[in-house]
Design a protein around this ligand. Structure first.
Ligand code: SDX
Length: 429
């Protein structure tokens, strides 16, 4: 049996270090023994963007970027999207197993009993100006919830954690829907008993059928599948941000608000909004070649394409593409889909994208569906937040219960000035 160690030799000194290999990784702290001078700090690993650094051990989500695999607690995303529901997936992510019928019924009842938001929060939502971006409102609302539930700071109390999880999952859709109603100057539509999670959200958003004012079951299912597809994705930018915040034992509301702030960027969850604006800017399929030339000239990015992990097709994109046509059967097709499909085809045949292993990601088609369902473009990243929240909460619980985790505090390579004396202002050049 070969030795499960890595021996590194520092050629500056001839010193070598033998580091244990566990799960195909080495403990970075082991590099610190490599020094030139005895009083040196010791060697660090430099990894901007953490492209090759494992920050934690996790049992929640498995992604294989080369094989296009995504599994939640071992269950393939394709099967969950076909067979499961968003709240069942939320339970699976948080507790590690699919619930029994009784467990799911109790879990659902708990969350749906927390859909009303505090009047203090309603008042806060009313203070935002009409054109306020839903992400700025939602991030503020989630952080504000920490002032309403100060007991949430007891992050090591199991029952307290669960209560906050019910509140966050239950109240975020309501807060987002109220924010949109305020933005449009419409009266609030309260949550309605008897509707499930996604149906209630569409109901509060006013996305109901003209004929009978009810939500369409095809759109409800599409919303539920889209939430499931966004529910978790291992240590992405926003989840890493959440773990950093939670590592200081901040409460879950502030951790989720910080994660949502990270997700807002156009390189991450803001991409779905950017894709819609890109497709609208292209405007016509005959403009695609000229647009792709601009991408290849690095004037713009092909939003919704590329991924740090998936170097083949993002499995979620394939499922979303199927959901799109199911939604269009109800809403009527969205003309942007034709541009998107042809844009994808051009890119998949263009060596610039193929050589860089750039394929459609989860954001490429999701925005087209959201628009067809009637959501305003600005709302798209906030829909990603609603979907990702159970994953963030599962990662939060895993972090606070992980004995190996410590407060996040990376090191740096200092390239600044050496020590220098203060110069009185009168003597400065
Ligand atoms: C999400 O991490 C996750 O799991 C995220 C996510 C999740 O579920 O949480 O999957 C959700 O955020 C999906 C990604 C959504 N973002 C976009 O669609 C924005 C467009 N894509 C990118 O900007 C980019 O692809 C990233 C940010 C997604 C990934 O960036 P990387 O891994 O740092 O890749 P890179 O920027 O180093 O690019 C490598 C090469 C470069 O070319 P060269 O300089 O080597 O010649 O590919 C090029 C880049 O210029 N490139 C693109 C491109 N993405 C990468 N060129 C044109 N268009 C793009 N979209």
């Amino acid at each position: 049996m070969s030795k499960q160690t890595l021996t590194i030799t520092d050629n500056r000194t001839g010193q070598s270090a033998e580091l244990p290999i566990e799960h195909d990784t080495i403990p970075a702290i082991g590099l610190r023994q490599l020094k030139v001078q005895a009083d040196d700090f010791g060697m660090l690993a430099y990894d901007p963007g953490y492209t090759n650094t494992a920050s934690c051990k996790s049992r929640i989500t498995f992604v294989d970027g080369d094989r296009g695999i995504l599994r939640y607690r071992g269950y393939p995303i394709e099967q969950l999207a076909e067979e499961s529901t968003f709240l069942e997936v939320a339970y699976l992510l948080l507790f590690g197993e699919l619930p029994t019928a009784g467990e799911l019924s109790d879990w659902t009842a708990r969350i749906l009993s927390h859909t009303q938001i505090h009047e203090n929060l309603v008042d806060l939502l009313k203070t935002f100006q009409a054109g306020a971006h839903p992400m700025g409102v939602l991030i503020s609302a989630v952080a504000a919830m920490s002032t309403l539930y100060p007991e949430a700071k007891q992050v090591n109390d199991v029952d307290n954690r669960l209560l906050q999880i019910w509140r966050i999952l239950g109240q975020l859709p309501t807060a987002l829907a109220f924010a949109d109603q305020n933005r449009l100057g419409r009266p609030r539509t309260d949550p309605r008993a008897g509707l499930d999670y996604s149906a209630n959200f569409l109901h509060m958003m006013g996305l109901t059928r003209q004929a009978d004012g009810e939500v369409d079951p095809v759109l409800v299912r599409a919303m539920d599948v889209l939430f499931m597809l966004h529910a978790d994705h291992e240590q992405n930018c926003s989840t890493s941000a959440l773990r950093n915040i939670a590592s200081s034992e901040a409460d879950p509301y502030c951790a989720v608000a910080g994660a949502a702030a990270a997700l807002y960027g156009p390189l991450h969850g803001g991409a779905n909004e950017a894709v819609l604006r890109m497709l609208a800017e292209i405007g016509d399929t005959k403009e695609i070649p000229a647009f792709l030339d601009r991408v290849k000239n690095r004037e713009v990015r092909l939003m919704g394409f590329g991924h740090r992990v998936y170097k083949n097709y993002d499995p979620r994109a394939q499922i979303i593409k199927r959901v799109a046509y199911e939604v269009f059967a109800v809403t009527g097709s969205n003309p942007l889909i034709d541009i998107a499909v042809e844009l994808e085809q051009h890119a998949l045949e263009d060596d610039y994208f193929v050589s860089r292993r750039l394929y459609p990601n989860v954001d490429f088609y999701s925005g087209i569906i959201y628009q067809a369902m009637g959501f305003p473009v600005e709302m798209f990243p906030a829909l990603f937040v609603l979907g990702r929240t159970p994953g963030w909460l599962a990662q939060w619980v895993e972090l606070v219960t992980d004995p190996e985790q410590r407060i996040a505090r990376p090191r740096q390579i200092y390239l600044g000035e050496a020590e220098r004396a203060y110069v009185p202002i009168g003597e400065r050049g």
